[in-house]
Design a protein around this ligand. Structure first.
Ligand code: 2HG
Ligand code: ZN
Length: 474
């Protein structure tokens, strides 16, 4: 790998113009550190092409000169996936200027978005046409389509609509040699063998640069009901979800588990949040149910299920949001957990999945094992219980400044061993990035690891695409 020679930098500057090229340290600074401020990198330049052709040229030139490229969207990776290393050899390839929604068709229920489209902008554009892009997450105001595709993002509505992989119908990308793969046609059936689209989804920019995607839209929501429920255990929460499945089938699209500790952190650290229920409960669940326009609101059905759950001692208390503002307030609590946790101190972050039915036991047993094994730590396991995915974060002792560096890796290895023992995954949603690279190398099945390395080598023989992420070195 090489740092960009001056003549390459001159060529790139001339080709991309002042809006597309900078070496100004002040302009680059915010993009050299990850969202959680764990990784600080350096870059020789930041390139911001405005078209797929410009991306292709940048990649071709960098490949010829063996210059590493770090693709970047909204820079909201939870795993350091978009931060260059500290060597300063790499260039950041920002897709943020490619922010056009090329088309949005209610007839075909498809939106073709460039990589730099911000998720909430797509939400708004779809709503104007009576449609909805159903994937959403806390970082929707900054996360971009390219990043969401490249990390196979999840979020809070996966229960019903799946992850990004389920919503991407076609892809346009620039491959590491600078060639353009034009696969945007939203074909329902396409059986030509290896699927490059699926290879690029979740590849974290290691196999090329996603420049645009055709995305599936669904009908706009006619009505939605949001409820906050207090209950005794994750087991009770899963029983409630099963009851909701039985009685309301597809109407339930959000089901998020919140431990009391996470709620308390939000109430303490996030302005304007209020206790959602009167009493205190060890666990909470946020439920969202929707109905399309023209169908009856799911409010009565949800009320009946919650009544039934009371009578079975499954839930302790519940509040159905009477107005949209209250529904938003409930979601705000849920979406602020990450921020509150960050404000309250260092945490070893884990993003794990096990089989859905095993998750309640896993949460309880693994938390007890961690808290027995490590002094003064606190487990905060929250999130997407219905997907079998929780963020099993472990907070260090108050005021222990070196904890993250010295103790957290041991905690992480301990947690990941428990996950592997339970047949689960150490990366359910956020990806591998830099954060989990060593752990993937330690724990991954050798056959799969060989295949991953072989694919990387075949498509990116010079190793220029987002080095140091996702693919553990042999
Ligand atoms: C969430 O579900 C996000 O809120 C972030 O995936 C989780 O901070 C985290 O660990
Ligand atoms: Zn999550």
């Amino acid at each position: 790998m090489a740092s960009p020679p001056q003549d390459l930098l001159d060529t790139l500057a001339a080709r991309l113009g002042p809006k597309g090229f900078t070496r100004d340290p002040r302009e680059m600074e915010p993009w050299l550190v990850d969202w959680r401020k764990r990784y600080t990198g350096a870059a020789a330049a930041m390139l911001s092409p405005a078209s797929t052709e410009e991306v292709a040229e940048v990649v071709r030139l960098c490949n010829e000169a063996r210059v590493p490229i770090v693709p970047q969207g909204g820079n909201s990776s939870m795993a350091g996936g978009a931060t260059p290393d500290a060597s300063g050899l790499a260039v950041i390839l920002s897709l943020r200027r490619m922010s056009r929604i090329r088309s949005l068709s209610p007839e075909s229920n498809t939106a073709v978005c460039e990589a730099g489209v911000i998720l909430s902008n797509l939400h708004e554009a779809a709503a104007e046409e009576g449609r909805r892009f159903p994937l959403t997450l806390g970082a929707k105001g900054s996360a971009t389509i390219g990043g969401l595709v490249s990390t196979n993002a999840g979020g809070t509505q996966v229960l019903r609509f799946g992850t990004m992989r389920n919503l991407v119908q076609g892809i346009e990308a620039v491959l590491p040699d600078g060639s353009i793969y034009s696969g945007l046609a939203p074909l329902k059936k396409d059986n030509r063998g290896y699927d490059l689209k699926h290879l690029l989804i979740g590849a974290e920019g290691t196999l090329g640069v996603v420049t645009a995607a055709s995305l599936k839209l669904v009908p706009a929501v006619g009505s939605r009901i949001v409820a906050w429920v207090g209950l005794a255990s994750p087991e009770a929460a899963l029983s409630l979800l099963r009851l909701l499945d039985e009685r309301m089938s597809d109407a339930v699209e959000g089901f998020e588990l919140v431990p009391d500790l996470a709620l308390q952190l939000v109430l303490r650290h996030v302005d304007g949040t209020r206790q959602p229920l009167q009493g205190s409960h060890a666990w909470h669940v946020l439920i969202e149910a929707t109905a399309p326009a023209g169908s009856p609101s799911p409010q009565d059905a949800l009320g009946e299920v919650l009544e039934a759950a009371f009578s079975k001692d499954m839930v302790e208390d519940a509040a159905i949001a009477a107005m949209e503002a209250q529904a938003e307030a409930f979601w705000r609590i849920r979406d602020s957990i990450s921020e509150a946790e960050q404000k309250s101190g260092a945490a070893a972050k884990h993003d794990v999945s096990v089989e859905v039915s095993k998750m309640p036991r896993f949460i309880v047993d693994a938390a007890a094992a961690v808290e027995r094994r490590f002094a003064d730590v606190r487990v905060i396991a929250f999130g997407h219980l219905g997907d079998g995915n929780v963020h099993f974060n472990v907070q260090g002792p108050d005021g222990a400044s070196n904890w993250l560096k010295e103790e957290a890796p041991g905690v992480t290895a301990f947690v990941h061993d428990l996950v592997v023992e339970a047949g689960g995954s150490i990366s359910a949603e956020h990806g591998i990035g830099q954060l989990r690279l060593a752990e993937l190398g330690r724990l991954e099945n050798p056959g799969r690891l060989n295949a991953v390395r072989a694919i990387k080598k075949a498509l990116d023989p010079n190793g220029i695409m987002n080095p140091g992420k996702l693919v553990p070195l042999a």
